[in-house]
Design a protein around this ligand. Structure first.
Ligand SMILES: C[S@@+](CC[C@H](N)C(=O)[O-])C[C@H]1O[C@@H](n2cnc3c(N)ncnc32)[C@H](O)[C@@H]1O
Length: 218
C-alpha cells in the first residue's frame, strides 16, 4: 500500500508526489509546511539542514533535492539509514500486547548485544514506534526502551519501505549533537529543538536548558 500524498505550492509548476513520514513522532511539524513554503520556495535549490530531524515531517513536506538530516537519537537515524538503502520487513507484525512486549525485549536484547545498527533493529524500532504508547521513544537509565503498549483501536503496518530509497538518495543522515552539525553559509536551516518540558526527552542524551555543550543529561 502506498502512502503518497499530493501537495502543490505556488513555486512548483507541477504537483510533487510526497511520501508520508514513516513514524509517529512527538512534536511533528507537518502543520507548519504551508507556512514554510513561502520562505523555502525561492530557495528550494539550497541544501535543507535539520539539526533536530525527528519524524522528518518538514523535510518530507518541503522535498528538497539535497538535505542534511541529524538527530541525536541513534535508533531513529539507524531506521532512516536502512530506508535509504531499501528496507523490506519480512517478519509479520501483530497488534497484540504479548507480541509487543516480546518485540520490545528482542529490541533491548539487540542493544545489549551491540546489534542496534541492524535491519532487524530498524524493523523492530518501526513496530515499537507504531504499537507503543503514543509513538513515544523513551529509554531508562540503563538505555533500555521502556515505552508500554499503546491502546490503539486499529493499526496497520507497512512492510515495504523501498519508496524511500529514491526520496533519500541525496539526503545525508547523521547522528550527533546539534552543535556538531556542519553548516555551509548557503544552507537553509530548519531547527526544531525539543519542547522545554520534562516529558519530551527523546533519547538518553538529549539536552536541558542549563546544560553546557558536551555535558550529558542524567
Ligand atoms: C521536536 S522534535 C523534532 C520534530 C520534527 N521537526 C518533526 O516534524 O518530526 C526534536 C528532535 O530533537 C532531537 N534532539 C534532542 N536533543 C538533541 C540534540 N542535543 N541534538 C540533536 N537532536 C536532538 C530529538 O531526538 C527529537 O527527535
Amino acid at each position: 500500500m502506498t502512502h503518497a500524498v499530493r501537495m502543490i505550492d505556488e513555486h512548483q509548476s507541477v504537483e510533487a508526489e510526497l511520501v508520508r513520514p514513516p513514524l509517529k513522532w512527538a512534536g511533528g511539524k507537518r502543520w507548519q509546511i504551508q507556512h514554510l513554503l513561502e520562505y523555502w520556495g525561492p530557495l528550494r535549490d539550497r541544501r535543507l539542514v535539520e539539526p533536530f530531524a525527528g519524524g522528518l515531517a518538514v523535510t518530507l513536506g518541503l522535498n528538497p533535492k539535497k538535505a542534511l538530516l541529524n538527530d541525536i537519537n541513534p535508533h531513529l537515524i539507524n531506521f532512516y539509514s536502512w530506508l535509504k538503502v531499501g528496507l523490506v520487513i519480512t517478519e509479520e507484525f501483530a497488534h497484540k500486547e504479548s507480541a509487543y512486549y516480546r518485540a520490545r525485549k528482542r529490541f533491548n536484547d539487540l542493544l545489549v548485544m551491540g546489534e542496534q545498527g541492524t535491519a532487524e533493529a530498524a524493523g523492530l524500532f518501526y513496530y515499537l514506534n507504531r504499537t507503543g504508547y503514543n509513538g513515544l521513544c523513551r529509554f531508562n537509565l540503563s538505555g533500555q526502551f521502556n515505552v508500554p503498549f499503546g491502546q490503539h483501536p486499529k493499526l496497520t503496518y507497512k512492510y515495504d519501505f523501498t519508496e524511500f530509497k529514491s526520496v533519500f538518495a541525496d539526503w545525508t543522515f547523521t547522528n550527533t549533537h546539534f552543535k556538531d552539525v556542519p553548516l555551509e553559509p548557503t544552507d537553509f536551516v530548519y531547527a526544531d529543538p525539543p519542547y522545554d518540558v520534562e516529558f519530551t526527552k527523546y533519547s538518553k542524551d538529549g539536552f536541558t536548558w542549563g546544560q553546557a555543550p558536551g555535558q550529558t543529561v542524567d
